[in-house]
Design a protein around this ligand. Structure first.
Ligand code: ADP
Ligand code: ASP
Ligand code: MG
Length: 422
């Protein structure tokens, strides 16, 4: 008997028919003798619908008080889907109980709309499991020290599931979604993308952080930190397929790098349109500049991704970086109102029509010339590179948003990702 965590995404929970299918699948696993904890997302479209209503009522700029209410609001989506799943399981003759994050409790910090899980008390869940119940725990949410409901950022149910699996030392965490695994790139953008049977934890971490939304990055971080066996698989197979076959399907996130004899040099391509570029132009080039600009941005709880500082000319330099588009307006205001006057900089320029495209692969560690091959492919398509950043196992470029799909397709082909692995 194993303790298994299943996570079902929004599309998988998208209608009563689909919820019934999830219930049948979970019941199959429970009847096979496993202790089951299930973490559902809100029904597809529900989180967007709720946040859309708020947007109709609230001014564009976010503040702490409004963010608190956004979490209060968005958390209801998962509360509804969790209760519906418990009802469906009971209708299947399976004892089941659902809990909202605060009831478990899943404790988080107080960063509304992007809270981080700090601890999970598993006592209540264990007591129910011991009584033979399937326990459903809402994805995406928790409660902070002061008792406020928080949410974990878009896609956060993945993180809830992996964190619950880690806290309970589950034997496996299965992420059921609307694709049958992790692909070389988003199969909705490149139809030739291939499913990977395994992907190393480090590659998955880079792919998630570079924008492959198949797993939220924090879920991969948790899996790495607590060595949670993690698999991504389809919720659209018939619910009654053989359980052993199902348990081996999809993509396994592996921790042993040398499992494959011959590593693919590039395993996947990720992209995102979530960022915006900001340039502070004509900054006096003296010690403390990066700190004055980025310190102010960090103090406003705005995360910065890529950073470039140009060489200086006549004692002045330009400083560019990217932030999430949701933070763009706030970052621009902050820079214009406070930082530019304090620094005596010339101006601040912003561009929201950018995207980031990244190639990821463990094999990049031991092969040279991969980045230059990337740059050559992009230049052959006439695509201008605005920023570059690299790590041991990835190279990312910022380009004009309108070339995103072209770039991803070209790179997918250039690195032979459409060909079956050797
Ligand atoms: P869920 O609602 O189940 O959490 P998401 O929409 O969050 O599902 O994530 C699944 C989606 O991720 C897929 O439908 C696919 O379009 C997208 N995706 C992006 N990159 C990849 C990739 N490399 N492999 C598989 N899917 C990807
Ligand atoms: N419902 C939340 C969202 O849409 C969390 C999730 O689906 O993982 O972002
Ligand atoms: Mg998701």
């Amino acid at each position: 008997m194993a303790l298994i965590v299943h996570k079902y995404g929004g599309t998988s929970m998208g209608s009563t028919e689909r919820i019934r299918n999830v219930a049948k699948r979970v019941a199959k696993w429970a009847r096979a003798g496993h202790q089951m904890v299930v973490v559902p997302s809100a029904m597809s479209g529900e989180t967007n619908r709720l946040l859309g209503l708020a947007k109709e009522l609230a001014p564009a700029k976010s503040n702490e008080a409004t963010n608190r209410e956004l979490d209060m609001l968005a958390a209801t989506g998962e509360q509804a889907s969790s209760a519906l799943l418990a009802i469906a399981l009971q209708a299947e003759g399976m004892a089941s109980v659902s809990y909202a994050g605060w009831q478990v409790p899943i404790k988080t910090n107080s960063a509304y709309t992007k809270a981080r899980i700090e601890s999970i008390d598993d006592q209540r869940v264990r007591a129910d499991l011991a009584q033979g119940k399937v326990v459903i725990v809402t994805g995406f949410q928790g409660i902070d020290e002061q008792g406020h409901i928080t949410t974990l950022g878009r896609g956060g149910s993945d993180t809830s599931a992996v964190a619950v699996a880690a806290a309970m030392k589950a034997d496996e965490c299965l992420i059921y979604t609307d694709v049958d695994g992790v692909y070389t790139t988003d199969p909705r953008v490149v139809p030739e993308a291939r499913r990977l049977h395994t992907v190393s934890f480090e590659e998955m971490l880079e792919m998630a952080s570079m924008g492959s939304k198949v797993l939220q990055i924090r879920s991969v971080e948790f899996a790495g930190k607590y060595k949670v066996p993690l698999r991504v698989l389809s919720s659209f197979t018939p619910w009654d397929i053989d359980i052993n076959e199902e348990a081996k399907s999809g993509t396994l996130i592996t921790f042993e790098e040398d499992e494959k004899m011959e590593q693919a040099i590039v395993s996947g391509i990720a992209f995102n349109r979530d960022e915006a570029k900001i340039s502070v132009v004509g900054v006096p080039d003296k010690p403390g500049i990066a700190y004055q600009i980025l310190g102010a941005v960090a103090d406003a709880n705005i995360e910065v991704d890529m950073i470039i500082q140009n060489i200086s000319k006549d004692g002045k330099t330009d400083f560019s970086f990217t932030v999430n588009r949701n933070d763009y307006a706030r970052a621009m205001d902050l820079l214009k109102d406070k930082v530019v006057p304090a620094l005596g900089a010339q101006e601040v320029l912003g561009d929201t029509k950018i995207c980031k495209v990244s190639i990821v692969g463990i094999g990049m560690r031991s092969h040279v010339g991969i980045a230059s091959k990337m740059f050559r492919s992009l230049s052959e398509e006439g695509i201008n590179i605005q920023m570059i950043s690299t790590s041991e196992i990835k190279t990312s470029v910022v380009i004009d948003e309108k070339y995103m799909e072209l770039a991803v397709r070209a790179l997918h082909k250039a690195f032979d990702l459409d060909q079956p692995a050797a």
